[in-house]
Design a protein around this ligand. Structure first.
Ligand code: SF4
Length: 335
Protein backbone atom coordinates (compact mmCIF):
# COMPACT_ATOMS: atom_id res chain seq x y z
CA UNK A 1 0.00 0.00 0.00
CA UNK A 2 1.24 3.46 -0.87
CA UNK A 3 0.92 6.15 1.83
CA UNK A 4 -1.02 9.26 0.77
CA UNK A 5 -1.16 12.60 2.56
CA UNK A 6 -4.26 14.77 2.39
CA UNK A 7 -4.97 18.40 3.23
CA UNK A 8 -8.07 20.61 3.15
CA UNK A 9 -6.84 24.22 2.94
CA UNK A 10 -9.26 27.14 3.11
CA UNK A 11 -7.05 29.58 1.18
CA UNK A 12 -6.60 29.27 -2.59
CA UNK A 13 -2.95 30.41 -2.49
CA UNK A 14 -2.15 27.58 -0.06
CA UNK A 15 -3.99 25.01 -2.21
CA UNK A 16 -2.28 26.14 -5.39
CA UNK A 17 1.20 26.09 -3.80
CA UNK A 18 0.53 22.57 -2.45
CA UNK A 19 -0.78 21.26 -5.77
CA UNK A 20 2.28 22.56 -7.61
CA UNK A 21 4.49 20.10 -5.71
CA UNK A 22 5.48 16.88 -7.55
CA UNK A 23 3.00 13.98 -7.20
CA UNK A 24 0.26 16.29 -5.86
CA UNK A 25 -3.27 16.49 -7.18
CA UNK A 26 -6.35 18.58 -6.55
CA UNK A 27 -9.35 16.54 -5.50
CA UNK A 28 -12.99 17.60 -5.01
CA UNK A 29 -15.79 15.03 -5.37
CA UNK A 30 -13.15 12.39 -6.03
CA UNK A 31 -15.30 10.36 -8.41
CA UNK A 32 -12.55 10.25 -11.03
CA UNK A 33 -9.40 10.69 -8.95
CA UNK A 34 -10.15 8.00 -6.34
CA UNK A 35 -11.29 5.57 -9.05
CA UNK A 36 -8.04 5.96 -10.97
CA UNK A 37 -5.92 5.80 -7.83
CA UNK A 38 -7.54 2.49 -6.87
CA UNK A 39 -6.76 1.21 -10.36
CA UNK A 40 -3.14 2.35 -9.93
CA UNK A 41 -3.46 4.58 -13.02
CA UNK A 42 -2.98 7.82 -11.02
CA UNK A 43 -0.21 7.59 -8.45
CA UNK A 44 -0.52 10.82 -6.42
CA UNK A 45 1.25 10.99 -3.07
CA UNK A 46 -0.47 14.14 -1.86
CA UNK A 47 -4.10 15.19 -2.33
CA UNK A 48 -5.26 18.78 -1.97
CA UNK A 49 -8.99 18.85 -1.24
CA UNK A 50 -10.38 22.08 -2.67
CA UNK A 51 -14.00 21.69 -1.54
CA UNK A 52 -13.51 23.91 1.52
CA UNK A 53 -11.73 26.84 -0.09
CA UNK A 54 -13.03 30.14 1.20
CA UNK A 55 -13.81 31.62 -2.20
CA UNK A 56 -17.50 32.35 -2.94
CA UNK A 57 -17.07 32.30 -6.74
CA UNK A 58 -15.97 28.65 -6.58
CA UNK A 59 -19.17 27.52 -4.90
CA UNK A 60 -21.81 29.72 -6.50
CA UNK A 61 -24.20 29.78 -9.47
CA UNK A 62 -25.43 33.17 -10.64
CA UNK A 63 -27.77 34.26 -13.38
CA UNK A 64 -27.70 37.85 -14.58
CA UNK A 65 -29.35 39.50 -17.58
CA UNK A 66 -26.50 38.57 -19.91
CA UNK A 67 -24.40 35.87 -18.20
CA UNK A 68 -24.60 32.58 -16.31
CA UNK A 69 -21.84 31.86 -13.81
CA UNK A 70 -21.13 28.28 -12.73
CA UNK A 71 -18.59 27.78 -9.93
CA UNK A 72 -16.24 24.84 -10.27
CA UNK A 73 -17.19 23.41 -6.85
CA UNK A 74 -20.91 23.32 -7.63
CA UNK A 75 -22.20 19.76 -7.47
CA UNK A 76 -23.60 18.26 -10.67
CA UNK A 77 -26.88 17.61 -8.84
CA UNK A 78 -27.25 21.25 -7.76
CA UNK A 79 -26.86 22.56 -11.30
CA UNK A 80 -29.08 19.82 -12.76
CA UNK A 81 -31.92 20.94 -10.45
CA UNK A 82 -31.42 24.71 -10.71
CA UNK A 83 -34.87 25.73 -11.93
CA UNK A 84 -33.91 29.07 -13.48
CA UNK A 85 -30.92 27.72 -15.45
CA UNK A 86 -32.98 24.72 -16.53
CA UNK A 87 -35.63 27.06 -17.94
CA UNK A 88 -33.08 29.30 -19.66
CA UNK A 89 -31.05 26.47 -21.24
CA UNK A 90 -32.55 22.96 -20.96
CA UNK A 91 -29.57 21.11 -22.44
CA UNK A 92 -27.33 21.91 -19.46
CA UNK A 93 -29.49 20.01 -16.99
CA UNK A 94 -30.17 17.23 -19.52
CA UNK A 95 -26.45 16.63 -20.03
CA UNK A 96 -25.93 16.38 -16.27
CA UNK A 97 -28.90 14.06 -15.73
CA UNK A 98 -27.68 11.77 -18.50
CA UNK A 99 -24.04 12.07 -17.45
CA UNK A 100 -24.05 10.13 -14.19
CA UNK A 101 -26.10 8.33 -11.59
CA UNK A 102 -27.80 10.38 -8.84
CA UNK A 103 -25.14 9.21 -6.36
CA UNK A 104 -22.33 10.46 -8.61
CA UNK A 105 -24.18 13.73 -9.30
CA UNK A 106 -24.41 14.29 -5.55
CA UNK A 107 -20.62 14.02 -5.20
CA UNK A 108 -19.01 15.18 -8.44
CA UNK A 109 -18.24 18.86 -8.99
CA UNK A 110 -18.37 20.75 -12.26
CA UNK A 111 -14.63 21.44 -12.30
CA UNK A 112 -13.80 17.76 -11.94
CA UNK A 113 -16.48 16.75 -14.41
CA UNK A 114 -14.82 18.60 -17.27
CA UNK A 115 -11.46 17.04 -16.36
CA UNK A 116 -12.61 13.42 -16.22
CA UNK A 117 -10.35 10.90 -17.93
CA UNK A 118 -11.04 8.56 -20.79
CA UNK A 119 -12.73 5.20 -20.21
CA UNK A 120 -10.43 3.45 -22.70
CA UNK A 121 -10.05 0.02 -21.10
CA UNK A 122 -6.35 -0.14 -21.96
CA UNK A 123 -5.75 3.16 -20.16
CA UNK A 124 -7.55 1.97 -17.05
CA UNK A 125 -5.76 -1.38 -16.82
CA UNK A 126 -2.04 -0.92 -16.07
CA UNK A 127 -1.27 -4.56 -16.97
CA UNK A 128 -1.52 -3.41 -20.60
CA UNK A 129 1.93 -2.01 -21.28
CA UNK A 130 0.97 -0.09 -24.41
CA UNK A 131 -0.82 3.14 -23.64
CA UNK A 132 0.68 6.46 -24.68
CA UNK A 133 -1.77 8.34 -22.48
CA UNK A 134 -0.78 6.49 -19.31
CA UNK A 135 2.79 5.60 -20.25
CA UNK A 136 4.14 8.09 -22.88
CA UNK A 137 6.00 6.50 -25.78
CA UNK A 138 4.72 2.97 -25.10
CA UNK A 139 2.31 2.74 -28.05
CA UNK A 140 -1.46 2.38 -28.30
CA UNK A 141 -3.03 -1.01 -27.66
CA UNK A 142 -6.42 0.18 -28.87
CA UNK A 143 -5.35 0.90 -32.45
CA UNK A 144 -5.06 -2.82 -33.23
CA UNK A 145 -7.17 -3.99 -30.31
CA UNK A 146 -10.77 -3.50 -29.22
CA UNK A 147 -11.77 -0.03 -30.37
CA UNK A 148 -15.56 -0.16 -30.65
CA UNK A 149 -15.94 2.74 -28.18
CA UNK A 150 -13.12 4.85 -29.61
CA UNK A 151 -13.01 8.17 -31.42
CA UNK A 152 -13.59 8.86 -35.11
CA UNK A 153 -12.82 12.59 -34.83
CA UNK A 154 -9.66 14.25 -33.49
CA UNK A 155 -7.63 11.04 -33.11
CA UNK A 156 -3.90 10.76 -33.73
CA UNK A 157 -1.50 7.90 -34.35
CA UNK A 158 -0.62 8.06 -30.66
CA UNK A 159 -4.15 7.86 -29.20
CA UNK A 160 -7.74 7.28 -30.35
CA UNK A 161 -9.41 7.43 -26.93
CA UNK A 162 -12.80 9.06 -26.77
CA UNK A 163 -13.55 11.92 -24.37
CA UNK A 164 -16.18 10.56 -21.96
CA UNK A 165 -18.01 13.65 -20.67
CA UNK A 166 -21.50 14.99 -21.41
CA UNK A 167 -21.81 18.38 -19.65
CA UNK A 168 -18.61 19.69 -21.35
CA UNK A 169 -20.34 19.34 -24.72
CA UNK A 170 -22.87 21.96 -23.61
CA UNK A 171 -20.10 24.30 -22.43
CA UNK A 172 -18.31 24.12 -25.75
CA UNK A 173 -21.53 24.56 -27.74
CA UNK A 174 -22.35 27.65 -25.68
CA UNK A 175 -18.90 29.23 -26.11
CA UNK A 176 -18.24 29.17 -22.36
CA UNK A 177 -15.21 30.86 -20.86
CA UNK A 178 -13.01 29.09 -18.28
CA UNK A 179 -11.75 31.13 -15.31
CA UNK A 180 -8.72 29.78 -13.47
CA UNK A 181 -6.33 30.73 -10.71
CA UNK A 182 -2.69 29.97 -11.33
CA UNK A 183 0.46 30.52 -9.35
CA UNK A 184 0.35 33.68 -7.19
CA UNK A 185 -3.45 33.66 -7.49
CA UNK A 186 -3.14 35.11 -11.00
CA UNK A 187 -6.48 35.03 -12.82
CA UNK A 188 -6.62 33.54 -16.30
CA UNK A 189 -9.61 33.43 -18.64
CA UNK A 190 -9.81 31.56 -21.92
CA UNK A 191 -12.42 29.88 -24.15
CA UNK A 192 -13.58 26.49 -22.93
CA UNK A 193 -12.81 25.23 -26.44
CA UNK A 194 -9.10 25.71 -25.64
CA UNK A 195 -9.11 23.76 -22.36
CA UNK A 196 -8.68 20.25 -23.80
CA UNK A 197 -5.77 19.41 -26.09
CA UNK A 198 -6.07 17.12 -29.06
CA UNK A 199 -3.96 14.01 -28.36
CA UNK A 200 -1.41 14.63 -31.13
CA UNK A 201 1.93 13.09 -30.21
CA UNK A 202 1.40 13.68 -26.44
CA UNK A 203 -1.97 12.30 -25.35
CA UNK A 204 -0.72 12.23 -21.76
CA UNK A 205 -1.00 16.06 -21.68
CA UNK A 206 -4.78 16.38 -21.74
CA UNK A 207 -5.39 20.07 -20.99
CA UNK A 208 -3.66 23.43 -21.14
CA UNK A 209 -3.80 23.77 -17.34
CA UNK A 210 -0.42 24.27 -15.66
CA UNK A 211 0.52 22.32 -12.51
CA UNK A 212 -1.46 23.78 -9.61
CA UNK A 213 -3.79 25.79 -11.85
CA UNK A 214 -7.27 25.71 -10.34
CA UNK A 215 -10.50 26.05 -12.30
CA UNK A 216 -12.66 28.63 -10.50
CA UNK A 217 -15.66 28.38 -12.77
CA UNK A 218 -17.28 28.91 -16.14
CA UNK A 219 -19.11 31.91 -17.54
CA UNK A 220 -21.60 31.63 -20.37
CA UNK A 221 -23.04 34.54 -22.32
CA UNK A 222 -26.80 34.20 -22.57
CA UNK A 223 -28.40 34.02 -26.00
CA UNK A 224 -31.78 33.38 -27.60
CA UNK A 225 -30.53 29.98 -28.88
CA UNK A 226 -30.41 28.61 -25.32
CA UNK A 227 -34.19 28.17 -25.06
CA UNK A 228 -34.32 25.86 -28.07
CA UNK A 229 -31.62 23.53 -26.83
CA UNK A 230 -31.31 19.86 -25.97
CA UNK A 231 -28.80 17.13 -25.25
CA UNK A 232 -29.30 13.72 -26.86
CA UNK A 233 -27.20 10.76 -25.73
CA UNK A 234 -27.11 7.33 -27.38
CA UNK A 235 -25.57 4.49 -25.37
CA UNK A 236 -25.56 0.72 -25.02
CA UNK A 237 -28.03 0.81 -22.14
CA UNK A 238 -30.31 3.57 -20.95
CA UNK A 239 -28.79 3.86 -17.50
CA UNK A 240 -25.34 4.90 -16.36
CA UNK A 241 -23.39 4.26 -19.53
CA UNK A 242 -21.02 6.42 -21.51
CA UNK A 243 -22.07 7.86 -24.85
CA UNK A 244 -21.53 5.97 -28.06
CA UNK A 245 -22.68 9.18 -29.65
CA UNK A 246 -24.23 12.37 -28.33
CA UNK A 247 -25.18 15.83 -29.52
CA UNK A 248 -25.65 19.13 -27.72
CA UNK A 249 -27.74 21.35 -29.94
CA UNK A 250 -28.99 24.93 -29.56
CA UNK A 251 -30.90 26.69 -32.32
CA UNK A 252 -32.31 30.14 -32.85
CA UNK A 253 -34.99 30.13 -35.55
CA UNK A 254 -36.96 33.02 -36.98
CA UNK A 255 -40.75 32.75 -37.17
CA UNK A 256 -40.27 31.74 -40.81
CA UNK A 257 -37.95 28.88 -39.74
CA UNK A 258 -34.67 30.43 -40.87
CA UNK A 259 -31.70 29.42 -38.70
CA UNK A 260 -30.32 32.60 -37.15
CA UNK A 261 -27.89 30.76 -34.89
CA UNK A 262 -26.80 27.14 -34.50
CA UNK A 263 -24.58 25.78 -31.74
CA UNK A 264 -23.59 22.12 -32.00
CA UNK A 265 -21.20 19.93 -30.03
CA UNK A 266 -20.66 16.19 -30.33
CA UNK A 267 -19.80 13.61 -27.69
CA UNK A 268 -18.87 9.94 -27.73
CA UNK A 269 -17.20 10.26 -31.11
CA UNK A 270 -14.20 12.55 -30.54
CA UNK A 271 -11.04 12.73 -28.45
CA UNK A 272 -12.07 16.06 -26.89
CA UNK A 273 -15.39 17.91 -26.46
CA UNK A 274 -16.07 18.57 -30.14
CA UNK A 275 -17.59 21.68 -31.66
CA UNK A 276 -19.15 20.92 -35.03
CA UNK A 277 -18.46 24.20 -36.83
CA UNK A 278 -18.95 22.63 -40.28
CA UNK A 279 -22.46 21.51 -39.37
CA UNK A 280 -23.28 24.93 -37.94
CA UNK A 281 -22.14 26.57 -41.20
CA UNK A 282 -24.55 24.40 -43.22
CA UNK A 283 -27.46 25.37 -40.97
CA UNK A 284 -26.88 29.09 -40.57
CA UNK A 285 -29.15 31.28 -42.71
CA UNK A 286 -30.88 28.17 -44.13
CA UNK A 287 -34.57 27.43 -43.98
CA UNK A 288 -34.59 24.57 -41.46
CA UNK A 289 -35.67 21.20 -42.84
CA UNK A 290 -34.81 17.54 -42.39
CA UNK A 291 -32.76 17.71 -45.57
CA UNK A 292 -30.69 20.61 -44.21
CA UNK A 293 -30.25 18.73 -40.91
CA UNK A 294 -28.98 15.69 -42.81
CA UNK A 295 -26.53 17.81 -44.81
CA UNK A 296 -25.31 19.40 -41.58
CA UNK A 297 -24.78 15.96 -40.01
CA UNK A 298 -22.79 14.76 -43.03
CA UNK A 299 -20.62 17.88 -42.77
CA UNK A 300 -19.98 17.20 -39.08
CA UNK A 301 -18.39 13.84 -39.91
CA UNK A 302 -16.74 14.68 -43.23
CA UNK A 303 -13.23 14.38 -41.71
CA UNK A 304 -13.91 11.29 -39.59
CA UNK A 305 -11.51 8.35 -39.57
CA UNK A 306 -12.69 4.90 -38.51
CA UNK A 307 -10.84 1.94 -36.98
CA UNK A 308 -11.49 -1.80 -37.08
CA UNK A 309 -14.50 -1.87 -34.70
CA UNK A 310 -16.00 1.62 -34.78
CA UNK A 311 -17.15 2.34 -38.35
CA UNK A 312 -20.74 2.22 -37.01
CA UNK A 313 -20.07 5.55 -35.28
CA UNK A 314 -20.33 7.44 -38.56
CA UNK A 315 -23.97 6.58 -39.34
CA UNK A 316 -24.83 6.56 -35.63
CA UNK A 317 -23.21 9.96 -35.06
CA UNK A 318 -24.93 11.47 -38.09
CA UNK A 319 -28.31 10.05 -37.11
CA UNK A 320 -27.87 11.27 -33.52
CA UNK A 321 -27.24 14.79 -34.76
CA UNK A 322 -30.17 14.69 -37.21
CA UNK A 323 -32.50 13.50 -34.45
CA UNK A 324 -31.22 16.16 -32.04
CA UNK A 325 -31.67 18.92 -34.62
CA UNK A 326 -35.19 17.80 -35.56
CA UNK A 327 -36.16 17.54 -31.88
CA UNK A 328 -34.72 20.98 -31.09
CA UNK A 329 -36.49 22.54 -34.07
CA UNK A 330 -39.78 21.00 -32.93
CA UNK A 331 -39.55 22.41 -29.39
CA UNK A 332 -42.23 24.93 -28.58
CA UNK A 333 -40.51 28.12 -27.51
CA UNK A 334 -41.64 31.71 -27.82
CA UNK A 335 -39.76 33.50 -30.62
FE1 SF4 B 1 -3.97 4.55 -24.36
FE2 SF4 B 1 -5.21 6.26 -25.94
FE3 SF4 B 1 -4.41 4.00 -26.96
FE4 SF4 B 1 -6.39 3.98 -25.18
S1 SF4 B 1 -6.47 4.89 -27.19
S2 SF4 B 1 -4.63 2.61 -25.27
S3 SF4 B 1 -5.82 5.73 -23.88
S4 SF4 B 1 -3.09 5.60 -26.08
Amino acid sequence: MQPISYETPDRATVAIAAARQPDSLFVAGGTTVFDLMKLNVLRAKHLVDVTRLDMPALHSMKVSADTIWLGAMVRMADLATHAEIKAICPMIAQSLDLGASQQIRNMARLGGNVLQRTRCAYYREPSFAQCNRRNPGSGCAARDGHNRQHAVLGASNACIAVYPGDFPQTLIALDATVHTLASGAKVREFPFAQLHRLPGARPDIETVLQPGELIVGFSIRRGAWMRRSLYLKIRDRQSYAFALSSAAVALELTQQGIVNEARIALGGVATVPWRAHEAEAVLKASLFSEDVARRAARAAFQDATVHSDNAYKLPLGEQTLVRALLSAAALEVSV
